[in-house]
Write a protein that binds this ligand. Structure first.
Ligand SMILES: *[C@@H]1O[C@H](CO)[C@@H](O)[C@H](O)[C@H]1NC(C)=O
Length: 452
């Protein structure tokens, strides 16, 4: 693990020194090489590889590998837009992306709660820089303000809690800390639970704390959207699952309110998707709906729900990242994201239509995709927990299918758009990029034990 972290730092050197012409290929190949090293984690987790600083187990392993996999893909996705900028800014961009990658990776694998918290919050800085520096429109400043105020507001209670805890027990390592005993002496269990989970609930985001997400997604450049959807939201889910495995059972009775909000959020955001006019905002709203399902799963606190939640996070990370890529390739050619103007895109990008169909099917959990498996596990967990909730989520899934098809239909069907003079075909890079999102999901469908 330490070796790998150091290896990531060597990317910095290659960014600084490689000649302008080779800059992007070098970095992308670097990224892929590190990914192949990170695959080792799938095998070390069998022995529950764990020391004082890093922890790789069934929850953090797949997510850490996902974040390694996404790094070269985000570089590939932003290559077209960035390579016309001055070379100094390109280097800055790659460096910022690398810092973001390393902080999320360390947050996923940190064993100590304080270390986790530090990296969790540190990932905000490169995200803010990427959104506010490379975003396309003026509103990006407002979006970054929202992002930082929400995230930091959530961080304050957890930091206080961790400091109190540390001053009492002198350690924050989850294995050695007597969380349970502390909980029984704590006067306000609900307050304790909220303080512990608020930053994660905001990051996921729970319905009600989600306002920053569509703004950040719409304003961010493609790399920002991909990382945000694929790994940063998952940091919240990971944090919730990680802390909830340490909490005692009775505490979950107090979190029933949040369960209700999450289930409500799944339904409401699925319905809200029908009202989106912006393609990126639609994908963002759809991720809120999926992530609320993860909140519900983390609150149910059973082994089925944890398995389902991790599978859901992996599947949703890859799917939404691919959808953002596809939306971006259309955006680069037509300079618009408004769904209604995009009608008839199928005539422009015939092959892209196949990719859209594939990933929309993934998004709505069509069997036998990975999303379908994840949803099934979650539904089974929910069914045992409460039958009423199960049926309400069934309704939400109908809406999910509906808006996914609506997205496909309203962007791709229809007459050829008159304002396009020269339709530009997809290039090999873009096909490769989308295929690389599909590949791990196909592998996991064939051999799901890899992840479990
Ligand atoms: C990130 O980008 C900013 C703005 O371009 C730049 O000043 C800064 O040096 C970059 N950060 C890193 C770590 O390279």
């Amino acid at each position: 693990m330490v070796v790998l972290t150091l290896a990531w730092i060597t990317i910095t050197i290659s960014v600084a020194l490689s000649p302008a012409k080779r800059l992007w290929p070098t970095c992308i190949i670097h990224g892929f090489i590190y990914f192949f090293f990170s695959v080792i984690w799938l095998y070390t987790e069998a022995q529950n590889y764990n020391n004082d600083y890093f922890i790789i187990d069934k929850i953090s392993g797949p997510l850490a590998i996902l974040s390694c996999w996404l790094y070269p893909l985000t570089l590939l996705a932003s290559l077209n837009k960035m390579s016309i900028e001055p070379i100094y800014r390109q280097r800055c961009y790659i460096l910022n992306a690398t810092v973001l990658q390393v902080t999320t990776l360390l947050a996923f694998t940190a064993a100590d709660m304080m270390l986790f918290f530090l990296f969790f919050e540190a990932s905000l800085i490169p995200t803010l820089i990427i959104i506010s520096r490379w975003g396309a429109q003026k509103a990006r400043v407002g979006a970054s303000n929202y992002l930082s105020v929400y995230t930091l507001g959530g961080a304050a209670p957890l930091l206080t809690l961790l400091l109190i805890f540390y001053s009492r027990y002198g350690t924050l390592n989850p294995d050695s800390t007597p969380y349970f005993t502390w909980f029984t002496t704590f006067p306000h269990p609900v307050l304790f639970w909220v303080a512990l989970n608020l930053p994660f609930l905001i990051k996921l985001p729970l319905y009600g704390f989600h306002l920053w997400l569509p703004m950040a997604h719409v304003e961010a450049p493609v790399e920002g959207s991909m990382i945000l959807a694929a790994t940063l939201l998952k940091l919240g889910g990971y944090g919730m699952i990680r802390t909830s495995t340490m909490l005692p059972e009775p505490l979950f009775k107090t979190s029933i309110l949040f369960m209700a909000i999450a289930l409500f959020g799944v339904m409401v955001t699925a319905v809200l998707c029908y009202r989106q006019t912006d393609l990126k905002a639609l994908i963002a709203a759809s991720s809120i709906s999926h992530m609320n399902l993860v909140v519900a799963a983390a609150l149910i606190h059973s082994s089925w729900s944890y398995t389902g939640a991790v599978a859901m996070m992996i599947a949703h990370g890859l799917t939404s990242s691919a959808l953002f890529c596809l939306a971006n390739t259309i955006y680069e050619r037509t300079n618009n994201r408004t769904i209604i103007i995009l009608r008839g895109a199928l005539v422009m990008f015939p092959l892209a239509g196949a990719w859209w169909l594939l990933f929309v099917l993934h998004n709505m959990g069509f069997p036998p995709t990975l999303n379908f498996m994840a949803e099934t596990a979650l539904m089974i967990a929910l069914y045992y927990w409460s039958k009423t909730c199960f049926f309400s989520i069934c309704f939400a899934l109908v809406f999910t299918t509906g808006y996914s098809l609506y997205m496909l239909y309203s962007t791709f069907q229809g007459p050829f758009p008159m304002y396009i003079k020269v339709p530009l075909q997809f290039v090999i890079r873009e096909h490769f990029l989308v295929f690389m999102h599909f590949l791990p999901m196909a592998l996991l469908v064939v051999y799901p034990l890899l992840m479990l």
